[in-house]
Design a protein. Structure first.
Length: 390
């Protein structure tokens, strides 16, 4: 997600500074090169040696005659982005007032003047975050184009955002945004049909692929709605559903103003009439299954012009058969393209897939995040008419 991106990581004196070692590791796992800059207060919480270990680069602890702030974030500086995580109320206020009396605020002033992207992840006690001066400072800095990663409000504290949220916003700040202004709806994961108050009829889908697509579209500038039976995520507006009927209804509503639908969910093909009471075990049982409506067909009927990306899972393991099945679905629902894969990738981190268009099919093998990037790039090409985006 961050391949080739140089991140200057500013660390200030919040107790959340203890999390920056793992944050630096995650940035690097996503492909970034990281160099840290700290305030004196931060050094009382996390030792520069820890950040040097995590980044494998020397840490800037003071501004010297080497003008480290300019070398990092000045015109033609090393950094592609300045990430300040955690950012205290003190630091946010200083940045808004162009006060640069710490290595981090001096680097921030330089970055803003040089038009280097800046991402800030605040962390402080909740009353400090609610202070009108702090809120005004955030508004001021946001108006300059700085991206803020909203904190998690828990236990009276505005806790630093998750690594997933911070990395996603860094990717959005540093990459091209070909999907800026686009509303992408993604369905993801399995659906469940209640047999009784305890038991459900479901499938093995983990939702990893759909979440990866949602995140990749967000990184490219899209506003994303994720329809799934899964966790809240920082890169999308989540519509929580359980059954196939709930997913269809929520998707219809979300698609009312959508620009693209990615139907990645493994929606159950059958439903059953739910027993109002738990069915006792130890008895023979026959379930009468009823087919569920095909979501892409229902949405296509309501939205004839909406670009839809479909997914087709098969068990044959034969590429030719998967392409044929994908093309049948593509033609039936007039889809933009179909992602075809084998059922054995369900729940795995890596995948093998075919991106099937009307005239050709491209093979992909690698991580689901990498495939998600290919899908998002293809969507951008469709929306912009620029085939080089794919």
């Amino acid at each position: 997600m961050l391949e080739g991106v140089n991140v200057a990581l500013g660390v200030t004196g919040s107790i959340a500074a203890v999390k920056t070692v793992e944050l630096a590791h995650e940035l690097r796992r996503q492909g970034a090169e990281v160099r840290a800059v700290t305030t004196n207060s931060a050094q009382g919480i996390i030792h520069p040696w820890a950040l040097e270990f995590a980044t494998e680069n020397e840490v800037v602890t003071e501004i010297t005659g080497r003008v480290e702030h300019v070398e990092l974030c000045g015109y033609d500086g090393w950094a592609d982005v300045l990430l300040i995580a955690p950012a205290t109320a003190n630091t946010v206020g200083k940045i808004a007032g162009a006060v640069d009396d710490t290595p981090v605020t001096t680097t921030a002033t330089t970055a803003l003047g040089a038009d280097t992207p800046v991402v800030i992840a605040p962390a402080m006690h909740e009353p400090m975050y609610d202070h009108p001066g702090v809120l005004e400072a955030i508004e001021t800095v946001e108006a300059w184009g700085v991206d803020f990663v909203d904190p998690r409000i828990e236990e009276g504290k505005a806790k630093i955002a998750s690594e997933e949220a911070i990395v996603s916003d860094v990717a959005r700040a540093t990459g091209d945004r070909p999907l800026s202004g686009e509303h992408v709806v993604v369905t993801s994961g399995a659906t469940s049909e209640s047999i009784d108050p305890v038991r459900v009829l479901t499938n093995r889908s983990s939702g990893k692929m759909g979440r990866a697509v949602a995140r990749a579209c967000y990184a490219r500038g899209a506003d994303v709605t994720l329809v799934h039976d899964g966790p809240e995520v920082p890169y999308a507006d989540v519509r929580a559903v359980e059954s196939a009927a709930e997913m269809l209804e929520a998707t219809r509503e979300a698609c009312a103003d959508a620009d693209v639908l990615v139907s990645a969910a493994a929606i159950g093909d059958y439903t059953v009439e739910e027993s109002p009471e738990k069915i006792r075990s130890g008895q023979q049982l026959t379930l009468e299954l009823e087919p569920t409506p095909k979501l892409i067909d229902e949405v296509r009927e309501a939205q004839p012009e909406l670009p839809i990306v479909g997914f087709k899972t098969e068990t044959s393991g034969d590429d030719a058969a998967m392409i044929e099945a994908a093309r049948t679905t593509l033609e039936r629902a007039d889809l933009a393209f179909v992602v075809a894969n084998d059922a054995n990738v369900m729940g795995a981190e890596r995948t093998r897939a075919l991106l099937v268009h009307a005239e050709d099919a491209a093979r992909y093998e690698g991580t689901k995040a990498g495939l998600a990037g290919e899908i998002a790039a293809s969507i951008a090409a469709i929306r912009t008419g620029d085939s080089s985006a794919a």
